[in-house]
Ligand binder design. Sequence first.
Ligand code: ACO
Length: 359
Amino acid sequence: MAKQNAVVTGYGFYAPSRVVTNLDLEKMGVGTSDEWITTRTGIKERRFASDGETTSTMATRAARIALERARLRPQDLDLVVLGTCSPDYLFPATACLVQTALGAERAGAFDVEAACTSFVSALAIANGMILAGSARNALVIGAECLSHLLDLKDRTTCVLFGDGAGAVVLEASNASVGVESAVLHADGSKGDLLWVEGGGSRVPATNETVAQGKHFIRMQGGETFKLAVKSMADAAEEALAEAGVTADDIDIMIPHQANVRIIDAVVKRLKFPEEKVFVNIQRYGNTSAASIPIAIAEAAEQGRLKKGDRVLLVAFGGGFTWGASVMEWWGVPIPDRREKTIVERAARTVEDVLDKVRP
Ligand code: ACO
């Protein structure tokens, strides 16, 4: 059998309809302003989940669009991998909720938690499983409901984050080079610079931890900013080298959307042409694990991502974690999937018969 690569055959995103503008936050009396948020972050508005919406419901909506585009039935999925740091529950995994909502009855399902690097991490795992032959396809999702983890009295965090979900279908194919590299890194010694301290096994939820607001996101922004710039630039260079390409070979860079100043600094460090960088933070804020797959889907819908384009993804997040990936964009269903399956099945049948009749 020819070597199989993993290619994206479908993509989709979902952003909740509730728009929260900088002006809305200004009016809440948290001591912020549209001017501060815009100049410090590039964010103009973000989406917050409406009543009843959660990480899994948003993920399911994005996933359905991605499956539809890939023309893949949920029951034919081998794997659902979902990146998030705002799961519906500590367990069961949000991926399992999505798997059952979709009716992906054959699929294995698990979550990946690497904060804003979760999607790139999930993609690396799914790619590895497809290359290893243990899955033929995977639904890879990044989804967050961060508004439920925000302290709306903490201006240093509540203006930054938003909700949403993005998904891609990754499938084995020998038609393209597909995912060409995936690098992941972490430094757990700095975990408390960006975290939700309470609610886990070390600081279990009690009336006291809730009163202290330990179930909210807390961040040391300045320190995070500096590390994000260096780490994202380093990871991008490493992913390019691993793929055997240079920045000149990249058609579009899709960075994690945490802060437009971080993106600008990374781009400058890499000496990458600004016009090849996709930015949508102004409309969604930082949606953590969802930011890259939402940006992928928007870029593709806007025609900025075309079949054969080489894409660079780069992320940084809590943990700290960071990573990058280079891939050749496919973005359409595998045309001969059905015929190939029939041919493969027929070939297997012939082999079975021959095995039985061979002496
Ligand atoms: N409105 C008005 N003033 C504010 C606000 C606000 N929303 N937030 C902070 N300030 C104030 C601060 O209190 C401080 O005031 P002081 O000087 O009186 O103390 C002043 O503004 C400057 O604060 P800084 O934190 O130094 O502002 P900075 O320019 O660093 O911007 C920011 C803060 C936007 C958070 C930036 O540091 C940042 O983007 N950090 C990185 C975020 C990131 O990449 N996170 C990783 C991914 S997220 C994930 O993994 C879940």
